[in-house]
Design a protein around this ligand. Structure first.
Ligand SMILES: [Zn+2]
Length: 421
């Protein structure tokens, strides 16, 4: 991407959702403080950074002079979305499983029969780097068209060293060649591959391979910012998860945990104990788990699209907010349990399913998601000095994103001061 040549004024928006104020993780009542400015303008400098935010009538003439004007009358300006949990680099599709599930088959049953994650592993291993890049590029481009400019991307469809590395390289390529803002996560501990399901020894050897071979290789190649474990029923137990996460931490990787999705398996407490950046899913948590997450400052990433697709309960987002946990919301975009790409729609599901307020859900899909990726100094709020990643919405009232969930309100997507959709 090239930097814009001129200063740009997004002028006279009916509403500017700034999320100015608290810079760290937002918890409790702070999540609903969006710091909305009526009839406001945002100035973006030629370097793609926000230079000024304020009431349109107070815009200094020196900033307007020579600037390109984007007329925002009747519209809303808000930070671009940050998707803190995706598996968007995969090959193939599992639409056959969608049909099975719609006829009543259970996700865990499908997995036990060699479908689920393992089906995507077979397809991803068999796909060339360029084809994997092309398929993923098409997907992430659609996601950005829906308003997301920052993406967390996990591996986990390789389940062996070479393909895990290839997936992460493709994720980095999406940033380098595609211009997307990407943070990468090694999720080699996504499942036990078919070849390690033959005996308990083979399974133990797979956990050692992750901790002693794959994570060190990924870290030394600089391919991952985080490591993640699917700590749940049918995946990895607490001891196995601890082994993987401790190895990752010793290598300097940040931690994220798929926790308490299928059962109360202790993943949330483990995430808190190890100081993980995020604990994700959290369908089955109690007061103790919530307290642990709040005390640790671990961000709870809710994935309501997955609950909807799998016909599972929704995580109790309300209880998490009230317990003082910083909450984010993400798509979980993946080939099996939720291939949703539109985070604007998923944030609406966080209201209807996880019982967040509209303001909390917007904070969850922007600022708090950025905090969980250690990117809140760059994105997630409209504040001078930050990158100009912003959306122009075709409404004066941001609540329309939830009221008319799924309707095309995102008129323009800007990333680092450049229009990208
Ligand atoms: Zn996931």
């Amino acid at each position: 991407m090239t930097a814009p040549r001129t200063r740009r004024v997004f002028d006279g928006a009916a509403s500017v959702v700034t999320l100015a104020g608290k810079g760290g993780p937002r918890r409790g009542p702070d999540m609903a403080e969006l710091a909305i400015l009526e009839n406001g303008s945002v100035v973006v400098d030629a370097d793609g950074r926000i230079a000024w935010v304020g009431p349109a009538r107070e815009l200094p003439a020196t900033l307007r002079e020579g600037a390109a004007i984007v007329d925002c009358r009747g519209k809303t300006l808000m930070p671009a979305f940050v998707d803190a949990h995706t598996h968007l680099v995969w090959a193939g599709a599992r639409k056959d499983e969608l049909e099975l599930r719609l006829r009543g088959a259970d996700y865990e049953e499908i997995f036990a029969k060699g479908g689920g994650i393992l089906a995507s592993v077979r397809q991803t291993r068999a796909t060339s780097d360029d084809d994997l890049f092309a398929q993923s590029h098409a997907r992430i481009t659609r996601m950005r068209r829906c308003g997301t400019t920052t993406f967390e991307i996990k591996s986990g469809y390789g389940l062996e060293l070479e393909t895990e590395l290839r997936q992460l390289r493709v994720a980095r390529r999406l940033a380098a060649e595609g211009g997307f803002r990407v943070r990468t996560t090694c999720l080699a501990a996504h499942a036990v591959p078919a070849e390690a399901r033959t005996s308990p020894d083979a399974r133990a050897a797979w956990v050692r391979t992750i901790a002693e071979d794959i994570l060190p290789a990924v870290a030394s190649a600089g391919l991952a910012d985080y490591a993640d474990v699917f700590c749940d029923r049918g995946a990895f137990d607490l001891d196995e998860s601890r082994t993987v996460l401790c190895a990752a931490r010793a290598l300097g990787l940040g931690l994220r945990v798929h926790a308490n999705e299928l059962g109360p398996t202790g993943g949330a407490k483990l995430a808190a104990e190890l100081g993980a950046a995020s604990a994700d899913h959290l369908l089955h948590v109690d007061d103790d788990d919530r307290r642990a997450l709040a005390n640790a400052g671990t961000v709870a990433v809710l994935l309501p699209g997955t609950s909807l697709v799998l016909g599972k309960p929704f995580a109790d987002g309300r209880a998490l907010v009230e317990a003082g946990v910083a909450v984010a919301v993400a798509t979980d975009c993946n080939p099996g349990s939720c291939a949703f790409e539109n985070l604007a729609m998923v944030l609406a599901l966080a209201c209807y399913g996880n019982r967040l307020s509209v303001a909390e859900a917007i904070c969850a899909a922007t600022h708090n998601a950025a905090v969980s990726l250690d990117l809140s100094h760059e994105v997630g709020s409209l504040v001078p000095g930050k990158s100009a990643d912003l959306l122009v919405l075709a409404t004066a009232d941001v609540r329309d994103l939830v009221y008319h969930a799924g309707s095309p309100f995102v008129d323009e997507v800007w990333q680092a001061g450049e229009r990208v959709a």
